[in-house]
Design a protein around this ligand. Sequence first.
Ligand code: ADP
Ligand code: MG
Length: 260
Amino acid sequence: MATIELEDVSKTYDANKRDSGVEAVRNVSMHVGSGEFVSIVGPTGCGKSTLMEIVAGLTDPTAGEVTIAGEPVTGPRRDVGVVFQKDSTFPWRTVLENVEFGLQMHGVTFDERRERSRDVIELVGLSGFEDTYPNELSGGMRQRVAIARTLVMNPAVMLMDEPFGALDEQTRIMLGDELLSIAAKTEQTTLFITHSINEAIHLSDRVVVMSARPGQIKETVGVDIPRPRSTDVFGSERFNDLSERVWELLKPEAESGLQR
Ligand code: ADP
Ligand code: MG
């Protein structure tokens, strides 16, 4: 079980030939409890991906500190899985070979990695596609492979940066719903970035609303819709109230890139 703790995290990218230095994130503090699902929403360019990269240990904050499971983050770690918007499958490997890659790298025996990979492939709904290559799959299915590749490592923490951002609305809602049941089974701690307000409410215990750049936390909205949830939550009175609330917070921040 693992918590995520951000304390006064700020990030300014160094000046280069083009820019005079970009202040991306300012003084962000947040706590994600063990097993919690927290989403971050905010306008394009407000520093969401920057924040995620800092938590993932892929980039250093200019100031502040991140700890996971009580340990300061100093680089990528094995107990932290990351999924990005752009699917990161290897085109020359089959679905099964993609999913078992991480285990192979860690020296897990053939039999064990096959078994674990098959279990996770089933979990993400790709049974029957083990021997298929990514370019024969739809975008939604490729993203399932990317999620399976991360899940198979059994990370205590999942960081997801707009994982369904490139998918159509229907696929996205369906995958979100599956992610809910996976997260419930694995009891992972999840930090999820999205530009879809409805997706954030559907999935999360809390929705962190960020301001325009430099990204600061504007407000955190608790989602008190009981679990287990299904797609039935869409359109319920409570759902609409929460969606309206987040929308009102975001409207003054956003010029583009936001979606109910
Ligand atoms: P979001 O994910 O919310 O759209 P990002 O974190 O990608 O926002 O970007 C926040 C700001 O930081 C943007 O102005 C972006 O141009 C800038 N930025 C992101 N990455 C870099 C980088 N590696 N070097 C310089 N500026 C960057
Ligand atoms: Mg981003």
